[in-house]
Write a protein that binds this ligand. Structure first.
Ligand code: URA
Length: 206
């Protein structure tokens, strides 16, 4: 299944270029001192689905691209099984620079970076935002207990979200592979339903 593209207008393209430049030169928090590359979001600039992870890891820091390491392989596999290529979605993180030793980003680091994620969301204007894991869930919606809430839709400030586990969880626990695949298939289906005009009642409203 190939998704129809909405088409990227020049304002969106210019805005995303500006955000990328701002992220690449950002010195708002201490992570700029230890990063190799800042990692702005990438993918379809007119994507219906935006996926948001926690923060870059070693491979992402080396390449300056989100989800290109082991977790990214899991994510790309799940997307492919749902009929999508990486370029069909927009992929980004809550925090754009790698925390040393892949520690969880601090509240301060997330706060300093939140403007970039908000700007990406406004520019791409996806139909649904897929939250990958507990850190993104807490940072974006103030949620917790991802295992209890995964598979659910949520709405906040007029935007639709879908909550699932982080793809890295499927590396440590193979049993979660099917769960993650099913969740990615759900988000693809819900995005198609929204595109066709169906009104989705969220499982959680904030
Ligand atoms: N984990 C994340 O949360 N983001 C990445 O980009 C890679 C691994």
């Amino acid at each position: 299944m190939r998704r129809r593209r909405r088409g990227v207008d020049s304002v969106t393209a210019a805005r995303l270029d500006d955000i990328r430049a701002d992220v690449e030169s950002c010195r708002r928090c201490g992570l700029c001192a230890t990063r190799t590359n800042a990692v702005p979001g990438s993918g379809g600039r007119d994507a219906d689905i935006m996926l948001v992870g926690e923060a870059p890891g070693r491979s992402e820091d080396a390449r300056g691209e989100p989800f290109v390491g082991a977790a990214g392989t899991r994510l790309a596999g799940a997307l492919a099984r749902a009929g999508l290529a990486r370029g069909d979605v927009y992929i980004t993180n809550v925090v754009k620079c790698r925390p040393p030793d892949n520690r969880v980003p601090t509240a301060e680091e997330r706060q300093q970076c939140s403007e970039y994620l908000q700007a990406e969301i406004e520019a791409v204007n996806p139909r649904i935002i897929c939250i990958l894991g507990n850190t993104a869930f807490g940072s974006i919606l103030g949620g917790s207990e991802i295992t209890k809430n995964r598979g659910k839709t949520a709405s906040m400030n007029g935007r639709m979200y879908f909550v699932t586990i982080h793809p890295a969880a499927t590396i440590y626990n193979q049993e979660l592979r099917g769960t993650f695949d099913a969740d990615i298939q759900s988000v693809v289906r819900i995005a198609a339903e929204i595109r066709s005009g169906k009104v989705i009642t969220p499982d959680i409203s904030y």
